[in-house]
Design a protein around this ligand. Sequence first.
Ligand code: ZN
Ligand code: ZN
Length: 364
Amino acid sequence: MRRERHPARRDALRSALAAEQLDGLIVTHLPNIRYLTGFSGTAGVVMVLREAVVLLTDFRYRTQAEAEVGDAVRLEVVPSDVWERLGHVLAEYPGTEALGYESQAVTVADAARFTRFNGRLRLRPVAHVVERLRVAKDADEVGAIRAAAGIAGEAVEATLRQVRVGLRELDVAALLESELRWRGSEWHPFPTIVASGPRSALPHARTSPRVLERGDWLLLDFGAQVDGYCADITRTVVVGAEPDERQQAVYHMVREAQQAARGAIRAGMTGRDADALARGVIEARGFGDAFGHSLGHGLGLEVHEGPRLSRANADPLPAHAVVTVEPGAYFPGWGGVRIEDDLYLGPQGAELLSDGRTELLVVG
Ligand code: ZN
Ligand code: ZN
């Protein structure tokens, strides 16, 4: 991520804070810290004030923080108590009177320690201020997600070539995770789901030692990460035998639902209307009850972020968001199908970032 992106993000945050009558924000949620400063360590607190940006971290991250954040950020390497040091630093900025903190990220115990601060400060919990800024992606962010989705597509293709009857779900996950890493994925942004046979009916199955049998469904839901940005893909295939009639019918229904949503989703439509693009196809076949989750979610530095593509979201989808489109149909005891791709909601329409290769495959 180019460093010159970060000052503009901090200015956008300051405007959002001014609208809430706040002089600054204590940022503790790590993806928000990365978004605002570039710092990718796993311990730190950032204060964005009107006149300064301060990153407090510990000795382990001194070199990394210096390299990542640049001169515009004041770096404080704190030997022990971050909150105490934060109080001292704040005393140097007497113009700061009303200070927000992230209610969705600060623990009750940490919030209690804020009371040590200078009595002139008014501290106020605010939710998701930075997350709201993160929804609209810039070109670098879209590029990183596109790169992650490219790695994911190549990795699953290479994995499926190695799948055989007799492998365990864990073996398939090991192959997939290796293929992802070899191609440059920084990390698995969430635990890889490999679910076979009847277990594919569990939308969030844990990968198990179950052995693949001929004719099984094999569902792979996994991520890749580039520059901190996540892709999130699901593919469902049949192992070792031609799909039977029911498998074909269910698969083609889900695929048709996914293509309907992929083709018509736009920035500006509500999350509810986007969800209905796919749900309508499944409901029309009488299987609405089998699609028990929402259509998708935003993607970025976190694998689940705004906006939500769900019946509960009546807000318009913001332009420049990146979202997943992942309808499914699940039949306990028999199995399930989910197909997931990633799309950028550009001003000119939706653009597929993942490979979108969803024809029904027989592997092994
Ligand atoms: Zn997924
Ligand atoms: Zn997803």
